[in-house]
Ligand binder design. Structure first.
Ligand SMILES: [Zn+2]
Length: 68
């Protein structure tokens, strides 16, 4: 899911925006300015990687034992 992090150049507000198309205009969530900078969002990347590769290793045994 293409979630990008932006920082507003006007008010330094940092926010995340779900971008569905390259032509969509991203504006600041606080001041509605279009003067925003796209950041490299390691936060969104860590979320997607944690979902696709769980920390239990994927052997199929260790994960469910501690859940219930
Ligand atoms: Zn702003």
């Amino acid at each position: 899911m293409p979630i990008f992090e932006y920082k507003c150049s006007e008010c330094d507000n940092k926010f995340e925006e779900l971008v569905l198309g390259s032509r969509s205009t991203v504006v600041c969530t606080t001041c509605q300015s279009e003067n925003v900078e796209k950041q490299i969002s390691s936060f969104a990347a860590s979320i997607s990687s944690s979902k696709s590769s769980p920390s239990c290793g994927g052997n199929g045994g260790g994960c469910s034992s501690g859940f219930s």
